[in-house]
Design a protein around this ligand. Structure first.
Ligand code: PLP
Length: 435
């Protein structure tokens, strides 16, 4: 057994560099977090060697006596984390990621070419909720199903439920998907349920971004009103990279009657092969942590921190999509100051601040996103409090001001000229952040 450092120094070195990058930069990507050492250990364990197609107690391979216990523990802990009763809800913990969890949900609920409605990507939705452009169907969820996305109102940044209802009346979807990757507000599940019920449609919530907040009671829970709930495990939930697929166990013969069989079958054998048992063990560890009181404090701090960022940026006169935040992220509309997300992301990278550009509803081009998505989940795991995030927001303010100066110095609005000027700029070095 040769250690990695000796066996493959090249990869070892790159891992060390990435570790240092994560440690020394301000990590503000809203979909990322720092998982615990215990989760890492489970994820890097001998469980990675085992095949276990099937479900606990019904496998296609021998030698699964320990794996069965791990997967059952993970399922029990997943239900507990969201305060669900096993008579009402079940969960499949095998999805490799949020994308496969979502596609499995669609496979379970729909026939090819059935109609779906999800939040448009440009409004903060996710690819897997039916993303397509005018020219091309991008996601499998749009290739195999007919997608008609709904939007936020560009002037308020809030989901336009009235318009969604009117559109659903015309489109008569079989499935409405709620949930987003860049929506700073909570969801009106009751309104969505009422719209779905008008058309006998399923309602699915993808709570990938907010699941840690939902588990901690910091956001509304969708479970009482949805048929299916999916989530990733690595964002606010702070686990390893994977997905969970929750299904309601309804009465036989009803819309929800056989979701358990359909969802389990959709994950395996329809969309996946053998589960990644090391990851499932690591998810179980993360879910144990979610049940601890310290996680509630963490989730509450994540929200307070996002509010501190929002208020600080607003004090400087900046515009935020939806006018603020109720969750772990802030969507900063850079268009009013004459900047865009591409340039802001690049200058932040140069300053050791890791963020991502993001579309803002009403953007004139998908290639020039008008905003920046700022998330607080990761740095809150590093014990940042409100005062620290006020400072983070001050850095972001300085970054934006410097970006404007560099844009002016470059004498052009083009990204390539901006990047050339950025490389030469002496002020960038002086402003570089060190955590
Ligand atoms: N759903 C939402 C709302 C997401 O934001 C994401 C990823 O960011 C996913 C699904 C996909 O998750 P994964 O990258 O694990 O496939």
């Amino acid at each position: 057994n040769v250690p990695l450092q000796k066996e493959d120094p090249e990869i070892y070195e790159l891992i060390q560099k990435e570790k240092w990058r994560q440690y020394s930069c301000l990590e503000l990507i809203a979909s990322e977090n720092f998982t615990s050492q215990a989760v890492m250990e489970a994820n890097g364990s001998a469980l990675t060697n085992k095949y276990s197609e099937g479900l606990p107690g019904a496998r296609y391979y021998g030698g699964n006596e320990h794996i069965d216990v791990v997967e059952n523990l993970c399922r029990t802990r997943a239900l507990k984390a969201f305060q669900l009763k096993s008579e009402e809800w079940g969960v499949n913990v095998q999805p490799y990621s949020g994308t496969t969890a979502n596609f499995s949900a669609l496979t379970a609920l729909l026939n090819p070419h059935d109609r779906i409605m999800g939040l448009e990507l440009a409004s903060g939705g996710h690819l897997t909720h039916g993303h397509q452009t005018a020219k091309k169907k991008i996601s499998s969820s749009a290739i195999y199903f007919e997608s008609f996305p709904y939007q936020v109102n560009p002037s308020t940044g809030l989901i336009d439920y009235d318009k969604l209802e009117a559109q659903a009346d015309g489109y008569r979807p079989k499935l409405i998907i709620c949930g987003a990757s860049a929506y700073p507000r909570d969801w009106d599940y009751a309104r969505l349920r009422a719209i779905a019920d008008k058309h006998g449609a399923y309602l699915m919530a993808d709570i990938a971004h907010i699941s840690g907040l939902v588990a901690a009671g910091e956001q509304s829970s969708p479970f009482a009103l949805c048929d299916i709930v999916t989530t990733t495990t690595h964002k606010t939930l702070r686990g390893p990279r994977a997905g969970l697929l929750f299904f309601h166990k309804g009465e036989k013969g009803t819309l929800r009657g056989d979701l358990e069989e359909r969802c389990n079958f959709a994950v395996f054998p329809s969309n996946q092969g053998g589960p990644h048992n090391n990851t499932i063990a690591a998810v179980a560890v993360a879910l144990k942590q979610v049940a601890e009181p310290s996680f509630k404090q963490y989730a509450s701090q994540v929200r307070k921190n996002a509010k501190a960022v929002a208020e600080t940026l607003q004090k400087h006169g900046y515009k935020l999509a939806s006018g603020g935040t109720e969750n772990h992220l802030v969507l900063w509309d850079l268009r009013p100051i004459g900047l865009n997300g591409n340039k802001m992301e690049k200058i932040c990278d140069a300053l050791n601040i890791t963020v991502n550009k993001n579309s803002i509803a009403g953007d004139s081009s998908a290639f020039v996103p008008g905003g920046l998505r700022v998330g607080t989940a990761a740095l809150t795991s590093r014990s940042f409090k409100e005062k620290d995030f006020v400072q983070v927001a001050e850095f972001l303010h300085q970054a934006a001001q410097l970006a404007l100066k560099i844009q002016e110095r470059s004498g052009s609005k083009l990204l390539k000229d901006f990047l050339a000027a950025l490389e030469k700029d002496a002020d960038v070095k002086a402003l570089r952040v060190k955590v």
